[in-house]
Structures are given as C-alpha cells and as structure tokens.
Write a protein that binds this ligand. Sequence first.
Ligand SMILES: Cc1cc2nc3c(=O)[nH]c(=O)nc-3n(C[C@H](O)[C@H](O)[C@H](O)COP(=O)(O)OP(=O)(O)OC[C@H]3O[C@@H](n4cnc5c(N)ncnc54)[C@H](O)[C@@H]3O)c2cc1C
Length: 431
Amino acid sequence: MYDVCIIGGGASGMACAIAAAGMGLKCIIIEKEAKLGRKIYASGNGRCNITNHNFDRAYSKYYNSSFSDYEGFLKRLFIKSSPDKEITDFLFSLGMPTYDIGSYVYPYSLQASSLMWTLTDKIKELKIDALLKTCVEKIDYIDEAYVIKTKKNDIIHASNVVLACGGAGYESLGGSKKGYELAKALDINCTDIRPSLCGLITKDDISILSGVRIRARAFLYDDSKKNNAFKTMYACEEGELQFTDYGISGIMIFNLSGKAGSLISSQKRAYISLDLLPDIKDEIIFDVFKKSNYRRPKAVLNNFLNDKLAGYIVDNIEKDIKASCNDIKYDEQYVKKITEALHSFNIEIKALKDFDNAQVTAGGICLDIINPKDMSITNKNGLYAVGELTDIDGICGGYNLTYAFISGIRAGKGIYDKIKSDKNQRKKTEY
Ligand SMILES: Cc1cc2nc3c(=O)[nH]c(=O)nc-3n(C[C@H](O)[C@H](O)[C@H](O)COP(=O)(O)OP(=O)(O)OC[C@H]3O[C@@H](n4cnc5c(N)ncnc54)[C@H](O)[C@@H]3O)c2cc1C
C-alpha cells in the first residue's frame, strides 16, 4: 500500500512526489507517456521558462479562472508574497541554479533538460516508483483506501490519490481529457474546458495579411459600447503580433486568449482593438503626410508600417469613402481617417484555435471544492487535485509552471501533515 499515488508525471505530479517522498512518504507516479515531464521538455522553446519575478499579489493580472474568488484562492495557495522565490529556492534545494532574462526565469543552462534531469534524479534518489506508459482508467474508494486500475490491468493501492493529469492541450506532448473524466467519475465538479494560450480566429477573413509581424498594443473589449466606442476593456498587452491565415497570433495574443475565451463562452462578442503605432503621436503622422505633399498614401504609411498592412488600411479607407459616394481627396481629413485606423484597428474574434494548438487548458476541476492550503478536495478523504487540471490558467512567462509546481508541493506537504495528524489521533485514542 502506497501513502500516495500520483496520477500524471508532469511538473505538478513530480513536485508533489518530491515534496511527499522528501518527508518519508511512500510514493508512486503513474504516467501514460514513455517519459516523465514531456511538456517541460517542450516548454519555453526548449529553454523552459520556469517562473517570473514580475509577480505581485494582484494575481488576476497573471491568471484566469471561472471561480469568482480565484485571486483569494491564489493568495492562500501562494502564502509567501513571492511565489517566484519559492520556486527558485525549491529548485536550488534540489541542486539546480536558475538564470534571469529580464524578469523571466530559466534553468541556468537555458535548457529544459537541466530541470528534467534534476527532477528525475531526485525521484530516483527518493526511491519514488514511476510506472511509465501506463494510463489510469479507474479509481475506486474501498474500505478507506484507493484502488487504482490501469489500462494494462495493474492494480495499485494507496491511502491518498493526487490527480495531476494536466490539461487537454498538445496531445502530442501527453495532453488529454483523461483527467477530467477520472475526476467526473469520482463525482468531482469540473467546469467546461477550452483552449488558452493560443491564436485567435478572426470573424473577417484577414488572411491577405498572413505573414505580417508588427509591434503593437492590443486591447480586449466586449461588444458593449458607449458613444460608438467600446466601453469595457478586459485586458491590454503590448508586444509582437503575427497575422496568420486564420487570424492573429503571437505571445501578446496568447496572453489575451484566456480572457477572450471566457467572453466568447459567456456568449459575448470579443474584439481586439490594435494600436498599430503606440509610440507615435498623431501630430507626427500629420506632419509626415504634409511634408510628403500628401503623395501616395500607401508609400507615406509605409514609412511607419509593414507595406502589406499599409496597403490594407489605405484600401479599406478608400473603399469606405467610395461607398459613401465621395471623391477621394488626400488632405487633413483623409489623414485623420488614417490615424483613427492606426490607433483603433478593430478585429472581431470568432473563436480560439483548437486544443492541439493551445499551450494551456482553461477550466477544469472547480476551485470552490479545493482547499488551496493543501489542494485537497472537499468531502473526498485523501483525494487531491493539482496543476493545470484545476480551473486556473496563466499567461505566458512561467506562470503556469509556477502554479503547477507550487500546487504540487502544497499537496505533497499536505498529505504528510494529514498522515501525521491521523497517526497522532490514533495514538490518542489507543491511550
Ligand atoms: C509547447 C508548450 C510550451 C509551454 N511553455 C511553458 C513555459 O515556458 N512556461 C510555463 O510556465 N508553462 C509553459 N507551458 C505550460 C506548462 O507546460 C503546463 O502548464 C504545465 O506543464 C502543467 O503541468 P501539469 O503537471 O499540471 O500537467 P502536465 O505537465 O501536462 O502533466 C500531466 C501528465 O499527466 C499524464 N496523464 C494524464 N492523464 C493520465 C492518466 N489517466 N494516466 C496516467 N497519466 C496521465 C500526461 O501524460 C502528462 O504527462 C507550455 C506548454 C506547452 C504545450
């Protein structure tokens, strides 16, 4: 009989096993893939962005959830004011130094393999059993212990079970819906799930711009309007944007995808409004047009923007002018239309890319039934849920691994505390 059976050998499962076995508990990890931590190997383009020093207590800047008080949940989970320091201290205690690039934290070697080897060596040192290429199919609770059945018909007995099955994204890296199915079969409430950290499919076909990369500021709005302008802004990001054959992509768009997904799933229309020249004041644009004697607008705009995008904006403005039966005059009024289009290039979002293109899954096991102190599930003795399987998704920058590691550590320590307190209780009753 194991003290803990951890289902899923990703970041959260391995952190949980190391924390629990480090305090003397007998642990087993069951992993359906041939290797532990397949997503870690692929993370951060192989460099693995573990955490981020840009972390204050306003956690809704970095995470999304459908649970109304998820910020309170994260405050109780992270306990310490700097989760990033907790991660770097944890990894250093295992013998892995880190390296900062700006606020982003990586293994010192800038290789995900450093993190993986550190974790797997510790797993071996602590004699944690790891059953690979083994998918858990069923979990039963019989006579105050868990009976875990695998696809290969192995049967494992454990007094505690940790669901660490991750999300549905990137099936090629182990992503699957298995964890949600196991949870539901145990009568654990789950929200609907949807892709996050992915590209956005636009309502209008803008594939003509495919391949264009620009620096921009992006605002996410719903369709509520006041005086013809968007009213409610949900998030703002700045960085590189890529136009694709289906819509828009790039890290800043990934970071808006979580909140865009929740707007779309609550039947609201989601818009991204782009400021294509966030650093340029209108006076400069007017001045450049004037100094160019209002010559070919596409050519003047090309001084500021990618030529395909400049052409697209000019063509659309001229189409509108013609549609209202006016002559095209290259004057200040024309340049005003140009500046408006540059600062509010509005795109309606139809949908998110699918799970196979989503680095993270939004939604999952409901947070209102999880105690963030130890990730235990309410009214389910000895059952825990950690990592991406739960209803938390973070933006890019190391926030997802931070959550996976810390939730795993809390569960490992929580199980140790529970076993210790049960033993003390038993001793008291024996006396
Ligand atoms: C391409 C890519 C790049 C990323 N880059 C970063 C990054 O740089 N920084 C960052 O913070 N985050 C990044 N992420 C996200 C991050 O990797 C995940 O959020 C994190 O790994 C989640 O950890 P987890 O332990 O919850 O789940 P996972 O790492 O997904 O682990 C879950 C494991 O459970 C196994 N499993 C599932 N069901 C069963 C079952 N029934 N039986 C047995 N095993 C099962 C799966 O095979 C999987 O190995 C990236 C994700 C992807 C896809």
